[in-house]
Design a binder for this molecule. Sequence first.
Ligand code: PGA
Length: 252
Amino acid sequence: MDRLFYFGSNFKMHQTAAESAAFLRAVAHAANSNHQLFLIPPFTSLTALTPIKGDIWIGAQTMHEAEEGAYTGEISARMLSALGVDLVMLGHAERRQHFGETDAALRRKVRRALDHGLRVLLCVGETALEHECGASAETVVRQLKIALRDATTADLPRLLIAYEPVWSIGVGGTPAPMPDVIYAVGAVRGALRALFGAAGDLIPVFYGGSVDADNVGGYVQIEGINGAFVGRAAWTPEGFLNVFNRASTAKG
Ligand code: PGA
């Protein structure tokens, strides 16, 4: 696919506001009209980044499903929208695993975020057990069909999907073999088509999970993948730029 290519990093629970701002300044020159860069820092960095973001999208790592209410410690879609963030990531594997973000809650979060004008970066991916048992396709299809149940074709320009096998994410994760990624991305593409018809083909799909400078070129050339979503390897500006350069060279 020769459309815009996406490249970004989820900082997870790393980086202060000042560190995030320094990071953004160090990578800003890489932004150009062929690539959409994005950074997803902790909540506490968002206000430092939105005024200086230029063409780089800034995203939040999660949000609460309710419009507002007695949910101490939580952040709403309205709050994120008021900050001028470009997107909210929903359903990251670590949110699903450690914070009980269920498919049913994600369905409500996706609708809430879209109603507040936010782009949604929905993360899907199978666990090691599901992978071992040959249930990768079933898992990502279920996750997509439930979380996107209330999204309509009018929402499509604001939907982004990241396919990240859980067994490949983070320290201890292993880079996924290409055939496994090709198979699961095919299932993601099939689910998007089942949900939205041919218009679903226009939704960008990113790949993530132990992506680094050496393997990114292979992943981004897989049919149906439109971007790379990188954690550890992109947590320094040098790392970010290195992986990005390898990805954009491979993408051509
Ligand atoms: P990783 O993280 O690149 O460090 O495996 C990816 C992610 O969690 O999005």
